[in-house]
Design a protein around this ligand. Structure first.
Ligand SMILES: CC(C)CCC[C@@H](C)[C@H]1CC[C@H]2[C@@H]3CC=C4C[C@@H](O)CC[C@]4(C)[C@H]3CC[C@]12C
Length: 264
């Protein structure tokens, strides 16, 4: 349905987008169309030439990542049913929504003083360096680099005083898509036989999740940052505690990111 709508829009009212799409190569052809404030993203199937050269395993990761991004974007696109949870004085807003299966997801919207490229670099390309500037994250390792747009990562959250939840680890496929209108970072948990849950850690499951970064002003020194946090942190915990800790984790993340940006 969504791709059909998007194709229709490209063909009829966005011919420049259609011609642009042809200029993008690789598996990641994504067209964000601003039907509302959140884009509808169209992900093309990986191209034939690509699938021939990439082995099946790589294709599996790419498709898993693309699928996560597509699902997360369609959650963001649905403007119904969001409840404002937190409004910060700096303009950051977090909304929540209960999705089928009774999990609560959180959407943070913020404006960051950095270009889309800078944020892409910090949050995707140099993801392993994140624990250096974000004390909520203990460790991030890229386990597999599946082409320039897709990675498999292992993350460990930091132990925090006063945090009732405790450390978690995550195994995630992260897929990125960089295009003229901004950057999309999608992800979803995966399981790897070669990387089973570690003793002493509760393996949490991230995703389908997505971060959308778009340029705000003409000189592109500011970007809008929309982050759908959709995580099953596992373990036996009261929902009330989890649903308080997660938006707090988003605020902390954004605070650390801003501080890091201010030190450049
Ligand atoms: C115990 C609970 C409360 C802690 C939850 C910690 C969560 C919020 C942390 C742990 C690992 C973190 C992720 C680590 C890596 C990335 C990849 C990057 O491209 C975007 C941010 C993102 C996706 C982080 C988002 C926040 C994250 C999921």
């Amino acid at each position: 349905m969504l791709p059909a709508v998007a194709k229709l829009c490209c063909g009829i009212s966005y011919p420049h987008l259609r011609s642009m799409a042809g200029k993008h190569n690789r598996s990641c052809i994504l067209i964000g169309i601003f039907l509302s404030t959140v884009p509808v993203c169209l992900l093309a199937e990986p191209k034939q030439e690509n699938s021939k050269s990439a082995n099946e395993e790589q294709l599996f990761y790419i498709q898993h990542g693309q699928e996560a991004m597509r699902k997360a974007l369609s959650m963001l696109e649905d403007r119904e049913g969001w409840k404002v949870e937190i409004k910060e004085s700096n303009g950051d807003v977090i909304c929540s929504k209960v999705i089928p299966g009774s999990r609560t997801v959180f959407r943070l919207e913020a404006v960051l003083e950095a270009s889309v490229d800078e944020l892409y670099d910090l949050l995707f390309v140099r993801v392993e360096e994140m624990p250096r500037w974000n004390p909520s994250i203990k460790h991030i390792k890229v386990l597999k680099q599946v082409g320039p747009e897709t990675v498999v990562t292992h993350e460990v959250s930091a132990e925090m005083a006063g945090n009732l939840i405790g450390q978690r680890d995550f195994l995630t496929v992260r897929h990125s898509c960089k295009q003229k209108f901004g950057v999309y970072l999608g992800g979803a948990a995966i399981q790897l036989e070669s990387f089973p849950p570690q003793a002493g850690f509760v393996r949490a499951e991230d995703g389908p999740t997505c971060i959308v970064i778009r340029p705000l002003d003409k000189d592109a020194t500011k970007s809008s940052f929309t982050w759908l946090l959709n995580v099953d942190i596992k373990g036996w915990l009261p929902k009330s505690i989890v649903n308080q800790a997660l938006p707090q984790a988003q605020l902390d993340f954004t605070r650390h990111l801003r501080r890091h940006l201010s030190l450049r």
